[in-house]
Design a protein around this ligand. Structure first.
Ligand code: GLN
Length: 487
């Protein structure tokens, strides 16, 4: 049963919420040791108290859209009174004094925060191996990574340890782990979902996005998360939309699909390519008009992304000096720069340090024009190119990732391979467009995802297309190998 159906059940009989929570904790007890989705899991009795509050409210007529659903939250999103580490030693004892807007919205609809999920440190990575605490494993194959950086959020949902999860997507961190775990992940239009309370990595690139087990739940949670927030200066002034109205098994208009030639070339695994083609046939059979387009400049998207992301990271992370924010060292008899150095040397991991250094370099006098300014120009060209394509087409479809989930240790030892996993996802972050990853196939018991990209604020159409694909493929609420013995 998905979240949308569960909520209907809970509205009719709120006592079922307790049963659901207890069953979920039972499953967590069985699988969590081998998967390790959570950095912080709320104790069962605390969650049961929250269930009581929600179920009492339902008895008084409350019709919360997420009433009784268990929401897992990436540890980069601020939760009042609940440890929020960003996967870093720097924030290993940070308890935020306030909730992010997305947390307020979820709670106002009766969603129950169950815990905080593991991630690559400060959301820098694609495998969840860069967490300062431990790695998270893919529930489809425990010897493989779940993708990242929102790996814990993806595995919590994929392994039925939560109903819905929230991640953040700066260059693919929601869509890549969704693709690797057989779930649905959405990167909303920039500004559609509030970033207030999201700890910043690449401010101009990122959005909070949900990871769920089917398209209906994507529509449900997106309806709750989206809408204007005066506390986020980049928030769009748009009315909230009920995306569940787009859950129709027939096309709501005649969709024209573009496939980017450069995204289905020799760099893609043959199994990913054949899964991709299967998905395209499914849509063609539903009357979608499919054409191939060429966007040669797309080959510059990934380096452009990494220059801009690192530049923004170096600036955003400068606040962690151990005095204003972050891991505090004993400052007695130390000069300020010694105290800063000690705190930052201890608090940050290798990947984060590398990015701060590179980011500072590309912004420094003498190099700014060569790197940051040039990247900003390419960003504008990419924007123009996609605007042109999307004035003729409703959706662009690409594989979400060029390969199947790598084995643990494989990508992390080869930074080029690590960065290449974002090759199809990072473009939309540069230009603010919405995109989602949906399951396209299962190959040798491993999931493969495809990515749908639309014009600004086209989330409704993307949901409609994803839903049609889901109905035709039957790929929803998938049960990964590690969970099968228990359901
Ligand atoms: N893997 C990409 C990076 O490391 C994307 C991360 C993200 O989206 N947060 O920057």
């Amino acid at each position: 049963m998905d979240g949308l159906e569960l909520v209907k059940l809970f509205h009719a009989d709120p006592s079922l919420i307790y049963e659901y929570v207890i069953e979920t904790y039972e499953l967590i007890r069985k699988v969590e040791d081998s998967i390790k989705s959570y950095i912080t899991l709320k104790p069962l009795d605390e969650v049961l108290k929250e269930c009581k509050i929600v179920s009492d409210k339902i008895k008084d007529g409350f019709k919360g859209r997420l009433a009784g659903l268990l929401i897992a939250v990436k540890d980069v999103i601020s939760t009042k009174g609940l440890l929020t580490t960003c996967g870093s030693k720097m924030l290993s004892n940070y308890i935020p004094p306030y909730d992010a807007t997305v947390i307020e919205r979820v709670s106002a609809e009766g969603g129950i925060i169950i815990g905080k999920t593991n991630m690559d440190e400060f959301a820098m990575g694609s495998t969840t191996e860069n967490s300062a605490f431990f790695i998270t494993r893919n529930p489809w194959d425990l010897s493989r990574v779940p993708g990242g950086s929102s790996g814990g959020s993806a595995t919590a949902v994929s392994a039925y340890e939560a109903t819905i999860s929230l991640g953040s997507d700066t260059g693919g961190s929601v869509r890549l782990p969704a693709s690797y775990t057989g779930t649905v992940g959405v990167k909303p239009t920039y500004g559609l979902v509030s970033r207030y309370g999201l700890i910043s990595y690449g401010t101009s690139l990122e959005q909070v996005g949900p990871i769920v087990r089917d398209v209906s739940d994507a529509a449900l949670i997106l309806s709750v998360l989206s809408g204007h927030d005066p506390r986020d200066s980049t928030s769009l002034k748009v009315e909230a939309v009920d995306y569940t109205t787009f859950l129709k098994p027939i096309p709501l208009k005649k969709y024209r699909v573009a496939i980017i030639k450069e995204c289905i070339n020799e760099g893609v695994d043959s199994s990913v390519l054949s899964s991709f083609n299967k998905s395209i046939y499914r849509l063609e059979n539903e009357g979608f008009e499919v054409s191939e387009v060429s966007i040669p400049i797309i080959r510059y998207a990934l380096p452009t992304y990494y220059i801009i992301a690192m530049a923004e990271a170096s600036s955003n992370l400068s606040r962690y000096d151990g005095i204003r924010y972050g891991y505090h060292v004993d400052v007695e008899n130390k000069l300020w720069d010694e105290a800063y150095t000690e705190s930052r040397s201890y608090g940050f991991g290798l990947e984060v340090k590398k990015r701060i250094l590179l980011g500072t370099f590309v912004l420094s006098a003498g190099y700014y024009d060569q790197y940051y300014l040039k990247a900003s120009k390419v960003r504008k060209l990419l924007y123009d190119e996609f605007s042109r394509i999307l004035s003729h087409y409703d959706v662009v479809i690409t594989p979400t990732a060029p390969s199947l989930p790598p084995r643990i240790g494989e990508a992390i030892s080869d930074p080029m391979k690590l960065y290449l996993s974002d090759i199809y996802t990072a473009t939309v972050n540069l230009i603010g467009l919405p995109a989602m990853s949906i399951p396209a196939d299962i190959v040798n018991d491993l999931p493969v995802g495809i990515q749908l990209i639309g014009p600004r604020l086209s989330e409704g159409s993307l949901i409609n297309i994803a839903y049609i694909h889901e109905v035709k493929s039957g790929l929803k609420n998938l049960i990964p190998t590690a969970v099968r013995p228990y359901v």
